[in-house]
Design a protein around this ligand. Sequence first.
Ligand code: BJ8
Length: 425
Amino acid sequence: MSEDYKQMWSDLGLDLGAHDALLEVLGQGYQQIFLSQKNRPEGMAYFDFVMSEVHGLRIKELVDEKAAGRKIIGSYCVFVPEEIVLAANATLVGLCSGADFATEDVERLLPRNTCALIKSSFGFKLGKVCPYLESADMIVGENTCDGKKKAYESLGPLVDNLYVMDLPQVKSENGKALLKAEYLRFQAAVEKLTGVAITKDSLKAAIRTVNAKRAAIHRLLLLRKADPTPISGLDALLANQVFFYDNPARFTESVNKICDELEKRIDNGQGVFPAKTPRILVSGCPQAVPNWKLPMIVETAGAVIVGEESCVGERGTRNLTDESGETVDGMIDAIVDRHFKVDCAIFTPNPDRLAHIQQMVADYKADGVIHYGLQFCQPYLMESIPVEKALEDAQIPCLRIETDYSMEDLGQLTTRVEAFVEQLK
Ligand code: BJ8
């Protein structure tokens, strides 16, 4: 594929040598981790194709959209409302990154003790290896954790199109009013970028499109309640990750198709692992592409992941936006209501998240929880301690891990996960 796209990547300003190296590692990792799995649903062929073309065909589509006058908006957080972007005739893509890159350069701009997710986003910019970032006409940062909000101050000078959205930290009426004010400000900024005024009809259509996409991925996630589970945690995570890159309508159709297949598998008692395999819920920080370390360890240690309480998972997709609004303002209110339910650990206090973890344990019949914390991520690491305590009080085994994107702790993590799986058996 590379030869066909070299000109496009070069036009986007990528460092072709560094980019080739990244694709090589990504391809090898994908081969070893995903394609070696047994009993995969046939519908995963779609996601294999998407991943093989994630820097190729999908970027070509975005470049073609740009040539036709459409704008591309990049985001690092599920609080950036895709409904508003689509309604203004623009396309939203995720920019969070799940691999270390150009670490030395990054550590000249950010402290060493910054979480891997933030460092990776900087590394992809400084290393000039992310065609999504380079295609974006607007990059949206958000004031969530301290790491991100301060990092955007350093990202600003590296790009010429950073827009920073303020976000509440408390689920109060004032907090909700701030979110609405910020969504209205964002609406105005997007309309200015695209030159398209959002109308009642365009916003309604956008809400329906995004809801359909969320409903489809949520349908897939709920099918994992079955024992044996019809899809591996690795493949489900991949679908959750592709959610942020793919064309929404095509994604919805492909996910619904694989769900039809999974339903048949469930009817036939067919699973990826035998029935009674220990079932694990992963809860915590988002796992962005190509961060597949934890599910790879868990699913080669004799367990299966049945759910992700994460923004790349149910935290990000479970709630739909009410579709009944009849005015733009009414629909913006519905978008605010929907996003205000996201129980990110940046909120204080954040009791909904604990309740959701416990609900997911019950719904997915999980035998235990692995709390996934990225090193130096204060919000999730801080919350992991009361989460563990509450789960233990409810006699639900919990393993708290703290890691990064490197493979240096692979041996140590594997040993801990294997011991945990033994305990669940
Ligand atoms: S709504 S989880 S996508 S902020 S891992 S950068 S929290 S130090 S990613 Fe997130 Fe939005 Fe919340 Fe979801 Fe900071 Fe932690 Fe790093 Fe994190």
